[in-house]
Write a protein that binds this ligand. Sequence first.
Ligand SMILES: [Fe+2]
Ligand SMILES: [Fe+2]
Length: 371
Amino acid sequence: MNMHTADAVTAEESIAIQERQAAFDSKAATAVAMQDTLLTPRFYTTDFDELDAIDVSSVREDWDKLIAQMVSDPNKGHFKKNEDWDHVDWDGMDPTLRKEFIDFLISSCTAEFSGCVLYKEMKRRGSNKDITQLFQLMARDEARHAGFINDALREAGVAVNLGFLTQKKKYTYFRPKFIYYATYLSEKIGYARYITIFRHLEAHPEHRFHPIFKWFQEWCNDEFSHGEAFALLMKTDPKLTSGGNVWWIKFFLTAVYSTMHVRDHQRPAFHAALGVDTDWYGHEVFTKTSELSKQIFPITLDIEHPRWARGLKRLQAANADIAEAKERGGLSGWLGKTWGSARAAAAFVSLYTIPSVPNRVPESPRLEPAY
Ligand SMILES: [Fe+2]
Ligand SMILES: [Fe+2]
């Protein structure tokens, strides 16, 4: 059987295909994907019984529409190389760009697969038909996304061994409500990131240094739907988005945005090749994500506040110093790391304490991708 992950209709099928390719997967790339730091994509586990107990009848109409759209599977067969896939000159690529781009692909692949693993597990453990159906559909999409990135990596002679990751990577436990906030945001920010790059490259095709960006539009539409699903899940329980939980929402917004900022600034050559100013890009993505998140979150972050840009810069500088101190090692490295961590924490607190902007959440959260 010579099937491609793009045509797989379940996550299991997709993973089986990728396991057959695992013979070619490289140790170095898998080692990068195995890293668990504050900044690298993690694998999550949760209280699956609590998730399984969600009753979606209060959002039934919106729910059925969304599920029908996902069942119709508009992107089946899309995530594979075709005649639009131009030749990639990996050997001729500037070494710094090559390194950063591969790092970007590995990290994206790990993030996609992290979603797949979590969603697949929920589908496996659950008995609630609505919930298991949703999670099966989302796992299907994420497995295809991860498979496609791995296709791109394989051309560069590297690939992530996803079977190995599933078994060996550490799983972080998040209670369901944290999964909702974190996953909802990562889906929506994923949409905003992909569509911003896609639109930018539409206007400046000379910066499209790799064909995978041509696939970003359909890609981000998948992420958009996943985000919609989490918005509906949160809508079933008003407590999730009110009272003390608003502080958690603010925490996750701040953490997700600032992590993205620091991560992106670690890849200057990548953004230069795309012709994108990293600060502009971040601001653009935060603006879109905030606009979307008004569908369900009662607050947005004030990213126009003067302390916002300053705080991000401080956080980024502290992180750069931590990385340098780690390289240095020894006592001075340890001191540098400790001092850097204290500064990073202070910068995060400064960002977190910027007053947020209240927002009136609409009756029905449903949105369509419009950027
Ligand atoms: Fe995805
Ligand atoms: Fe997704």
